[in-house]
Design a protein around this ligand. Structure first.
Ligand code: ADP
Length: 252
């Protein structure tokens, strides 16, 4: 469970990016965060794995006070959270499998690290993860030879080997074509439904958000402007979150 209690975030320089957020996300929920560019969606997501520190309030994840985590405890905590980015964050000049294996680097001893030696078990898990997103045939391909959709599936495989409880995804389909976008969203859904992983995704395509999610959060200028079911999102809600009728967004 993820609990935000009166959470605010001020960036250095004084910009108030999150204002008094109160929110509880139970395990296994599929949550999409929508809102204009600069609204604070990415900041909100990144406080959960402590990529950004909160400035005030309390953020409790699975009973842990995230602000207090440091060192080994923070590393162990972060292992329970997978992160997927718009730009994939893969090493392009190596293979898909090596990107997935990179998750295990902290588990290697000095010599294994030096020579890039992974155990049989790690190799098996990396191939299983690639297989689970139907990209096993690209395991030994260089990452820069893959399409955007394939890269995002490799990035997903890299989080899957972590065995995460939570996946955070920051605009994971923003760089993808419509077909690849649906494929990637379907894998998120599968992980959510079959493995019970909590999925929290920033998404600017409202229709996709409504289709895939259990719950929609609307962020407007750092505030939680909407929190409800996809079926509760109507034109007025969209108008409120975006401050205008967003172009190309159709809500029945
Ligand atoms: P979104 O994901 O909704 O586009 P962000 O969370 O990325 O929004 O950003 C929210 C606001 O915080 C923006 O106005 C952005 O300029 C500002 N911001 C983001 N990161 C930083 C930072 N590291 N330092 C200062 N301001 C930042």
């Amino acid at each position: 469970m993820i609990e935000f209690k009166n959470v605010s975030k001020t960036y250095e320089g004084g910009f108030l990016a999150l204002k008094d957020i109160n929110l509880t996300i139970p395990d296994g929920e599929f949550v999409s965060i929508i809102g204009s560019s600069g609204a604070g969606k990415s900041t909100l997501i990144r406080t959960i794995n402590k990529m950004h520190d909160i400035s005030s309030g309390e953020l409790i994840v699975n009973g842990k006070d995230v602000s207090k985590l440091k060192g080994e405890e923070l590393r162990n905590y972060r292992r329970t959270i997978g992160m997927v980015f718009q730009g994939f964050n893969l090493v392009e000049r190596t293979t898909a499998q090596k990107n997935v294996l990179s998750t295990f680097v902290p588990d290697l001893n000095f010599f294994q690290k030096l020579f890039g030696i992974y155990t049989k078990d790690m190799k098996r898990k990396s191939l299983e993860a690639l297989d689970s997103v139907d990209i096993l045939d690209k395991a030994y391909s260089r990452t820069d030879a893959l399409s955007g959709g394939q890269k995002q599936r490799v990035a997903l495989a890299r989080t899957i080997v972590q065995n995460p409880k939570i996946i955070l995804a920051d605009e994971p389909i923003a760089s993808l074509d419509p077909v690849s976008s649906r494929q990637v969203m379907n894998y998120f859904k599968k992980l959510n439904r079959e493995a019970g992983i909590t999925v929290i995704v920033n998404i600017h395509d409202v229709e996709t958000a409504l289709e895939y999610s259990d719950r929609i959060l609307g962020i407007k200028k750092g505030e939680l402007a909407f929190d409800g079911k996809p079926s509760e999102v109507n034109v007025d809600v969209i108008r409120n979150i975006y401050g205008q009728d967003p172009k190309n967004i159709v809500v029945e």
